[in-house]
Design a protein around this ligand. Structure first.
Ligand SMILES: NC(=O)C1=CN([C@@H]2O[C@H](COP(=O)(O)OP(=O)(O)OC[C@H]3O[C@@H](n4cnc5c(N)ncnc54)[C@H](O)[C@@H]3O)[C@@H](O)[C@H]2O)C=CC1
Ligand SMILES: N[C@@H](CC=O)C(=O)O
Ligand code: NA
Length: 823
């Protein structure tokens, strides 16, 4: 015996009923014989009809005759099925049959409108019409195809007590009646879900999950091989797909896991209603009527071995927490007994309970709609304890959500809780309360509601490991470096996904003109067109506000500008647990206090502030200094060429060429700052040596860096970039003279930064062939660190220190390292 059940959406329309009939056909045995003796099919009411019937009942009690129109609509829906699926010559008989049932409903409603009262008993009778109508019509549809099928009104076999609305089943009697009935027939049984009857034959309903319950009762009584619950989703998912886009189907799950997941909000099935089947160890499959070839989910006593330690994550979006606390509770037996006694006596259902081992407080979660009432009850029940100071306070906290991670696999593995808390911590999700069932298959955390989506996504990402972790990027500045970075990300995306399990998703970008945000991710093939077409006028505060609003997990803010206005937002971003990566030197070269503040904020928040490209572009310079510092080395001296632009200029400029043209070439090659005056004035190098000294542990301020200026005053004073180039042209002789005097000594011009004895100095030097900086070519940088451990021979880092590709690649490496950290 196989028991099938089709829910309201499955039987909600002509098209879907056609699909249902095909599915029932597919259960036919291989030899082509009719499925009759093998299966039982339970139906819900057509989607929406039960709620309409409740509404109709309510309208009838108020004397509102509009209910008649609603009844008409219900009748029409069933008539439409008859018209579409039953041959014309057989239709009139079925119309008459439906009309008869509707007449009965109308008589009943007339009675209700006369006495103006709707008892639970009458409401059960009214709602029973939904299943009675749907099942009767589908039975005729199937019969008209020549299949021997029988309509079974479940009220004749499912016997209950008289708790209308949620009746309890009399199993011994019910099982007997079911078995007796099935002994007499081998026709396909088509059964009304949701309803039963008392021993006085009054109609009752089975409460939440009603038709699943019917299927389960039948399956258990008949010892079915399997119960197939046909619904409108592909079985149970690892998380609610509306909240977690990467959620996927769970092929097998245990009864206990299914119970836990649905207790915490997974609504695909309502396991308590499947209890009779579970008790007899009958497997339940959850299948999709609209995608019938999908394997769905098999719920059974044991699940197959899985690659993930957890099975699923579910949540209840809105809960309130009631906190009962007081020093008088410590060691006083009975407070919790009394508390739970009171809750039980008032039929208050509790979602989760947590008690600190100090016994100083107990908190429990419940539906927020009942919270005020519960507080009033507790305040009154515990009035004495409160008066005596044993309990200080009964407080309600609102706007909370609960997330449950569920899985049998958790029972045997350590470190799950650690992983859970760590990932929530790194994403700045504060945990308000925690509970772990002693079965160890569920850890639940209560968090602020506004973090729910971020927390669910972060947890899903981390626990379903074979899935790539998503890094959400916000890019400010789509100029030379920003654009190159986007190209590099686009090119490398597949590799990162498959080899590093990182899915890099650019969710926001802005330049000075337009900003574009899309939490689903911006396609990197046409970002620039989209930014132009869909972008809105840039407002940095609005951009940052959006980032915080989205509250996406694993978020990284990338500043590829040279603007100080962008820097102002770093601290609040870090504070909101958003990592910051930047080639922009402004933040780290302001006051020492600001530099430290950003470092501290990142550290406190468990996020990253990375700026390798602040010095020497992609060369590993900052990382080298940080590595030496971490290992306890001490810096004695730093000597360096830190400007790619000036390196290039002095390696390229020769007598008879235009100095200004060489500077222009440096700009074209992408070496200069957005404003090349920053390079030539020594400002850029000053920032770099300042940052290096700070990284090396010296609290330098900008004024501690002495710049021995290279440019004539008129160049320094040039108000605009074009004016600056004009001044360079006018001063060509000056630069030629500098070059000539170095040439005369067989030396080369080098713009050298050095740091020693708490002082940083930058100056133009001419160095001879014996000097290590003499050989430098192109736009190379070189840094020589003399430390306690590298005293006799300094540690040297050398290589291209400017240019779009190497800089973007350094920024990219920082971003990826955050991905690895978060993972
Ligand atoms: N070129 C190189 O070799 C290296 C550059 N860097 C740094 O990289 C950064 C970027 O340089 P480039 O890409 O050459 O500059 P760029 O001038 O080509 O691009 C800057 C971008 O930032 C945008 N922007 C500026 N202010 C903004 C604001 N307030 N709001 C929104 N967008 C804003 C601009 O619209 C533009 O898209 C600079 O801080 C530079 O110092 C660092 C290391 C090496
Ligand atoms: N403009 C800079 C680029 C790196 O910071 C340079 O020339 O070195
Ligand atoms: Na670097």
């Amino acid at each position: 015996m196989q028991v099938l059940k089709f829910g309201g959406t499955s039987v909600g329309s002509v098209e879907s009923i056609k699909q249902v009939i095909q599915i029932i056909d597919s259960y036919r045995r291989d030899d082509g014989s009719q499925p009759g003796d093998l299966i039982t099919v339970v139906f819900s009411a057509m989607g929406g009809v039960t709620n309409q019937l409740i509404e109709i009942g309510r309208m009838a009690t108020t004397g509102d005759t509009d209910y008649m129109e609603l009844v008409r609509r219900i009748e029409d829906r069933h008539f439409n099925v008859i018209k579409a699926l039953i041959p014309v010559k057989e239709q009139s008989k079925v119309f008459a049959q439906v009309r008869g049932v509707i007449n009965e409903l109308e008589d009943l409603l007339r009675g209700v409108s006369l006495i103006r009262e709707l008892s639970p008993r009458t409401l059960d009778l009214i709602t029973s019409f939904g299943e009675r109508l749907s099942t009767a019509v589908i039975t005729e549809c199937i019969r008209s195809r020549g299949i021997s099928a029988q309509f079974l009104d479940a009220r004749t076999v499912i016997k209950t007590d008289d708790q209308f609305g949620q009746a309890d089943v009399n199993y011994p009697l019910t099982n007997q009646l079911i078995q007796d009935h099935y002994a007499k027939t081998d026709a396909l049984q088509l059964v009304t879900g949701f309803i039963g009857s008392t021993d006085k034959n009054e109609t009752t309903t089975l409460g939440r999950g009603g038709s699943d319950y019917t299927a389960s009762i039948l399956g258990a009584a008949l010892n079915a091989e399997v119960i197939d619950i046909w619904t409108d989703v592909d079985g149970m998912m690892t998380a609610d797909p509306r909240k977690v886009t990467n959620a996927f189907n769970i092929p097998t799950i245990t009864y206990a896991e299914a119970m836990e997941l649905s207790h915490f909000g997974a609504k695909v099935i309502y396991p308590p209603s499947l209890q009779p089947a579970f008790a007899r160890n009958i497997p339940v499959r959850v299948l999709n009527t609209f995608n019938p070839t999908h394997e769905g989910t098999l719920v059974s006593r044991t699940a197959e071995r899985r690659q993930y330690t957890i099975t699923g994550i579910s949540s209840i979006d809105d809960i309130a927490l009631v906190n009962v606390q007081g020093s008088g509770m410590i060691g006083v037996a009975g407070v919790s007994a009394k508390l739970f006694g009171v809750l039980a006596a008032h039929k208050i259902s509790v979602i989760l309970i947590s008690q600190a081992s100090s016994e100083h407080s107990i908190c429990f979660a419940l539906d927020p709609r009942g919270a005020e009432n519960v507080k009033a009850i507790l305040d009154s029940e515990f009035a004495t304890e409160i008066a005596h100071g044993h309990i200080d306070n009964i407080a309600i906290e609102r706007d909370l959500s609960v997330i449950a991670t569920v899985g049998e696999g958790m029972r045997k593995s350590s470190g799950i809780a650690g992983k859970l808390f760590s990932v929530l911590g790194k994403n700045g999700v504060n945990i308000v309360a925690v509970a772990q069932g002693s079965s160890e298959i569920n850890i639940s955390v209560v968090i602020n509601k506004n973090n729910l989506s971020k927390a669910l996504n972060a947890l899903h990402n981390i626990f379903f490991q074979s899935e790539a972790r998503v890094l959400n990027l916000y890019l400010v500045g789509t100029g030379l470096i920003g654009k190159t970075l986007l190209q590099q990300i686009a090119k490398q995306a597949d590799y990162l996904k498959s080899e590093k399990l990182l899915k890099v998703c650019v969710v926001g970008m802005t330049n000075t003109r337009k900003m574009l945000l899309d939490p689903k991710g911006i396609d990197l093939d046409d970002w620039s067109e989209r930014q132009l077409a869909e972008g809105v006028t840039t407002s940095l505060p609005a951009f940052v506000e959006k980032i915080k609003d989205y509250n996406l997990p694993n978020s990284v803010f990338i500043d590829c500008t040279s603007d100080k206005d962008v820097v102002q937002f770093y601290e609040s971003l870090l504070d909101a647990n958003i990592s910051v990566v930047t080639p922009n030197k402004v933040a780290n070269s302001g006051s020492y206090a600001e530099y430290r503040r950003l470092q501290r904020t990142a550290l406190n928040r468990g996020v990253k502030f990375l700026y390798e490209t602040n010095v020497g572009a992609g060369l590993p310079i900052i990382n080298t200094v940080q590595g030496l510092m971490t290992a306890g080395d001490q810096f004695l001296k730093i000597e360096a060429i830190l400007s790619g632009t000036l390196s290039f200029i002095f390696n390229t400029f020769s007598a008879g060429t235009s100095f200004a043209d060489v500077v222009r070439e440096a700009k074209t090659k992408g070496y200069t700052e957005p404003d090349p005056r920053d390079d030539l004035s020594g400002q850029d190098v000053a920032r770099k040596i300042l940052i290096l000294a700070r990284e090396a542990g010296f609290p330098l301020e900008p004024q501690d860096v002495t710049i021995n200026n290279l440019l004539p005053q008129s160049c320094l004073d040039a108000p605009t970039v074009p004016a600056f180039f004009d001044e360079l042209e006018r001063n060509n002789d000056y630069f030629e003279n500098l070059l000539a005097s170095a040439d005369a000594k067989g030396e080369k011009l080098r713009f050298v930064a050095s740091f020693e004895n708490d002082k940083a100095v930058i100056e133009l030097r001419s160095v001879g062939p014996e000097h290590p900086f003499y050989q430098l070519t192109g736009a190379d940088n070189i840094v020589s660190f003399t430390t306690e451990r590298y005293k006799d021979r300094p540690l040297v880092v050398k290589g291209p220190g400017a240019g779009a590709e190497v800089t973007a690649s350094g920024v990219f490496a920082d971003v990826v390292s955050i991905g690895s950290y978060l993972a």
